[in-house]
Structure formats: C-alpha cells, structure tokens
Design a protein around this ligand. Structure first.
Ligand code: TRP
Length: 463
C-alpha cells in the first residue's frame, strides 16, 4: 500500500486514481445541491458567466498552488507551511483551513444526511406505490407531497440528527481505512456512474414541455438581474467557485501531499476543475428546465433541488427506481467530499499532534458531531455555516496564492509543476501572473466589498 519516494506516507496509486480522488472531493453536493440553488437565487445566466470566469482565472491557479504546496511538503496544511517556511506565520493559513474544515464538515454532512432520508423515502414510496399510485398522481400532488415532506423532515428533530450521524460514521470509517484503500477505491467507480445518471436526468428534463425557459434562464446572461444586488451576487459566485472546487482550506494541499512525484499537477488541476464545472452546469441543465416547466420558483433556496428532482422522477417511467439510484449516488458523491474535508482535520491531528489515525478520526468526528447537531436543530446556525465558505475560503485562497506568487521561490514552484523537468511548463508565466496579481487583487477587492456589505446589512445605520 505504501509507495516509494513519499517518505513512507500513503499515496494515490495511479494517475486516474489521483484525478478521481480530487474530482471526488470537488464533485458533490456543492455541484448538485448548492450550485443550482445559488445560481437560481442570483438570476441564472449572468451568475453562471461570472462563476465560470472565477473558476478559470482564480480557481485553477489556487488549485495548482495548493497541489504545489502539498506535494512539495508531503504534509498536512499546517505542517506543510511550517516545513516550507519555517519560523514564519504562514502556517496560520493551515490553522484557518482546519477551522474551516470543522464548519464546512458540520453543515455539509447534515445536507448529506438529507440524501439518505430521500433514499429511504424513495424505497418506501416504491413499496407503497401500488397503494398511493405514485405514477398516476399529478405533478401538483407529488410536489406537495415532497415539499411537505421536506418541511416536516427538516424541521423535525430526530431524523436529521440520525441521518447526520450515519453519514459521519460512513465518512469516519472510510477515512480510518486510509487514503488509497478508502478514498481512491470508491471515487474511481462511483463518480463515472453519477455522471451517467445525471445525463439521463438531463434528457428527461430538457424534453419536458416548457423546458426552454429554464435553459434560457441558465444560459442567457441577463445583467439587469445583477444590478439589484451586485456585491452579493459576485461574492456568492466567488464563494461558490471556491466551495465547488474544494479550494481555499487546504483540502487539496492535503490531497496534493498524497500525489506521487511523477504526476502532472497542472494537468490534474485543469482536469479536476473542468470535470467539476461540467457537473455543476449539467446539474443546472437537469434542474432548471424542470423548475420552469413545473412553475417552481428558481429562487426557492436550499430546498430547490430537493423539491425539483422528485417532480422529474415522477415524470419518468420507473421514476422511483431512478430516484433511488440518484439519491444513492448523490450520497456517495457527498461522501467522497466529506472524507476529503475530514482528511484535513485527521492529517493535522495525526501529523502535528502525533495522534494515531484512528484516534484522530474519532476525536474529529465527535467534535464535528456537536457542531453538526447544532446545525440540524438551528436553522440560523445552519444558514450561518452554509454562508461562511463565501468569505472564509477566498480568504484562505488569498494567502495561498500570495505565498506561491510572492514567497516561494520560482525554482521550487516551477520544478514542482514540471515534476522536475519531466513536463513542459509553457503556461508558467501566465500562472505566475495570475497568482501574483490577478487572483490576490481580485480576491482582496471582493473580500473587502463582501465584508463591507455584511457589516452594512448587520448595522444598516452606518451606511
Ligand atoms: N467541493 C465539495 C462539493 O462541491 C465540497 C468540499 C469538499 C469542499 N472539500 C472541500 C468545500 C473543501 C470547500 C473546501 O460538494
């Protein structure tokens, strides 16, 4: 299981395994649950355009920077900065990352638990369907049924907690079994299947009557939608880009530390970013035509996907079987993401605080468990946690690019990106320009605006 040349640390065993694991981290509820509802709340097409710009100009450079840091140090985010920049304060970025990991893991695992609820419900409905006539019910009835279900479920106490705990256990179990055996094995099989299922949903959704409006909403930028709340929309596009790519908190520093020296980092980063963005857009193409065809409000909020998907399933032959498969895969997609967040905490605990992997995982699970349970009972805490990546991740990303752009020697970053000269790095000057100037300035500017607008919204008097 251990690979040579990595100081005895565990590592991913193949090129495809690396991409699958990193893409497994990136692709998850962020694409299928968060992207459609955030895009829907922020006007659709114009949001998508800004989002794509951020992925290309900021996201990919940050991702490459994280890989460079992780692979050159072969350590968790805190240890990595301590090793590369000893005696400096850079490791605080790592600490910020570990703190972010707790917050993200808490609310994310709660939402992951919702997929289990829907999974179980789809089995239950399958068993009941002869009696309640699922396929004969009209859209309104099914929608009412599911959205009522969402309301009663989310506002209930025990079921969200139970599903959250189950998800935590799965995550912990896989993380304890280690990087290659656990993470890579599952990601390699499950990610491609999810894509196929999404494509089937897309076909159903775009062939619904009235689907066209949804495609127009998603793909035709209407900049008048931005005028109402430009700062909010731009910040949320940036935050969503970071969130979806799993960047800004050291997840990919940690995964980078498991990538073998001969792997091409730039290539990996671009492949992962393209795959992630593709899946988010495809999720949008699956959701919005149905949203418009069935008269659902695109600005519905976090429940958007959970009320739209069932209506799509309902309009498919064998809908409940599709529903079952989809929620099952969504649940796996969520797990390949939760493990990557938990891995940050576990790598930190075990490498910096000298704990065994098992002990580190259990400790992390208990502490995240507390936070997550608070999220299930308090919708305010849930919303706060869910909004926090929008500022926290760009902040982390800012320091990561500044570190690569202004602190780490060019020889070092270049030799890491070229795997010691094995790959060409013709993009290097563009990369440097982005990490030195474009990304830090853009993030700093947007971050300042974001903080300002948050303060204004909390204390309207001073505006
Ligand atoms: N990117 C994942 C998703 O889209 C969530 C995730 C995993 C994440 N690791 C992360 C988000 C690290 C931020 C930082 O579902």
């Amino acid at each position: 299981m251990l690979q040579g040349g990595n100081g005895g640390r565990d590592s991913f065993s193949s090129k495809f395994g690396v991409i699958a694991a990193a893409a497994g981290s990136a692709i998850g509820l962020g694409n299928i649950w968060r992207f459609p509802y955030v895009a829907g709340e922020n006007g659709g097409g114009a949001f998508l355009l800004i989002y794509l710009l951020f992925v290309a100009a900021i996201g990919i450079p940050v991702m490459m920077s994280e890989f460079v840091i992780g692979r050159s140090a072969q350590l968790n985010p805190v240890g990595a900065f301590k090793k590369i920049a000893p005696g400096k304060k850079w490791h605080l970025i790592g600490i910020l990352g570990v703190v972010s990991a707790f917050i993200i893991l808490a609310f994310y695992t709660v939402v992951a638990g919702w997929t289990l609820e829907y999974l179980v419900q789809s089995v239950k409905w399958m068993l009941l369907s002869n009696k309640i006539g699922f396929s004969e019910m009209d859209n309104e009835a099914v929608r009412g049924f599911f959205s009522n279900h969402y309301e009663t479920f989310v506002s209930g106490i025990w079921r969200p907690i139970i599903w959250f705990v189950v998800m935590m256990f799965f995550t912990g179990y896989i993380v304890i079994s280690g990087v290659k055996n656990g993470i890579e094995k599952y990601a390699k099989i499950l990610m491609p299947i999810l894509l196929v299922l999404l494509l089937i949903l897309v076909i159903r959704s775009v062939t619904l009557d009235g689907a066209r409006d949804g495609l127009v909403f998603l793909f035709k930028p209407d900049f008048s939608t931005i005028k109402e709340a430009p700062v909010k929309i731009i910040i949320e596009a940036l935050g969503q880009a970071f969130f979806s790519l799993s960047i800004g908190m050291g997840t990919l520093i940690t995964y980078g530390s498991y990538i073998r020296k001969k792997e091409n980092l730039a290539n990996t980063a671009v492949s992962v970013a393209v795959a992630d963005t593709f899946i988010a857009v495809i999720a949008g193409v699956a959701i919005f035509p149905a949203v418009f065809a069935f008269g659902i409000d695109p600005g519905e909020g976090p429940e958007l996907v959970y009320i739209t998907l069932p209506v799509i399933f309902q309009s498919m032959a064998g809908g409940l079987i599709w529903a079952f498969m989809f929620f099952l895969l969504l649940c796996f997609a969520a797990i390949t993401s939760t493990i990557s967040v938990l891995e940050v905490i576990v790598a930190y605990f075990s490498e910096q605080l000298n704990m065994s992997r098992r002990k580190a995982t259990i400790l992390a699970m208990i502490s995240v468990g507390f936070l997550g349970i608070i999220c299930t009972v308090s919708s305010e805490v849930f919303s706060l946690f869910n909004a926090s990546p929008d500022l926290m991740l760009p902040l982390g990303g800012f320091f990561i690019v500044v570190f690569i752009g202004w602190f780490l020697s060019k020889e070092k970053s270049r030799s890491e990106l070229s795997s010691n000269g094995a790959y060409r790095t013709r993009f290097y000057r563009l990369f440097m320009f982005l990490v030195k100037f474009v990304a830090p300035l853009a993030i700093a500017f947007l971050f300042a605006l974001g903080v300002y607008s948050k303060v204004i919204s909390l204390f309207p008097g001073i505006g």
